[in-house]
Design a protein around this ligand. Structure first.
Ligand SMILES: [Zn+2]
Length: 65
């Protein structure tokens, strides 16, 4: 099984981001600086991890709110 790669998105200057789950395509609004792991509401995949600052995500940031 391939390891999921988490990347810190650039140019995130809002409080929330819309992240598209790469496993199921669900788009979800997530706090940009989460204090705990964020999972997809549909498939349960981990879509974001806390880093102490801007989140790191395994999905795709589709919009900054
Ligand atoms: Zn999903």
């Amino acid at each position: 099984m391939a390891e999921t790669k988490f990347v810190k998105p650039k140019n995130v200057n809002g409080h929330f981001v819309k992240i598209k789950c790469k496993d199921c395509g669900n788009v979800q609004v997530v706090f940009a600086r989460p204090s705990s792991v964020v999972t997809c509401n549909i498939c349960g995949a981990t879509i974001a991890k806390p880093t102490g600052g801007i989140l790191a995500t395994s999905g795709e940031v589709v919009e900054v709110l």
